[in-house]
Design a protein around this ligand. Structure first.
Ligand code: ZN
Length: 161
């Protein structure tokens, strides 16, 4: 069996940036389980997995455009510090959910604070970052009809509900 649409795939992964620093990884013995073709994982990684077999091990480099997008200066914004008056211990690195539209929200990160203004950044933390993945395919199985309807796998490493 190979990785294809409507297969549930379990992978071990390590994600590094271009300097070799580890950004994220699956825990030993607890692979990430996802439904292939459902857009659950970033596009560049999903297409690299297509056609791979169990125990295949490979590296893939995903450019920002196929991952979390390019860094957008327009998403940096200065807001009056008074808007954060009710936040205790405001500091760089804090994240807030802000509504961009009625039902939509985005997460912004505080990147700079001075006496009058706070600079927040709405870029994804990995925007503009080229991603280097080490992947090992652990398991491939057919998705159940229910999993396909839900758009995610169930069971170990997947949705528990
Ligand atoms: Zn479900």
């Amino acid at each position: 069996m190979v990785v294809a649409k409507d297969k549930v795939v379990a992978i071990d992964y390590t994600l590094r940036d271009s300097e070799g620093q580890i950004l994220d990884q699956s825990d030993a013995g607890r692979p990430l389980s996802y439904l292939h073709g459902a857009g659950m994982i970033i596009e560049g990684l999903e297409s690299a997995l297509e056609g791979k077999a169990t125990d295949d091990q490979f590296q893939v480099v995903v450019e920002p455009a196929d991952a979390y997008g390019e860094f957008d200066d327009g998403l940096r914004q200065q807001v009056p510090r008074s808007q954060f008056d009710d936040i205790e211990d405001l500091e760089v690195g804090m994240q807030f959910r802000v509504n961009t539209d009625e039902d939509e929200f985005t997460v912004v990160t505080v990147v700079e604070i001075d006496d009058e203004e706070v600079t927040v950044d709405g870029n994804h933390q990995l925007a503009g970052v080229t991603l280097h993945f080490d992947i090992k395919v652990r398991e491939i199985r057919d998705a159940t009809r229910e999993e396909i309807e839900h758009g995610h796998p169930h069971g170990p490493g997947g949705h528990e509900h």
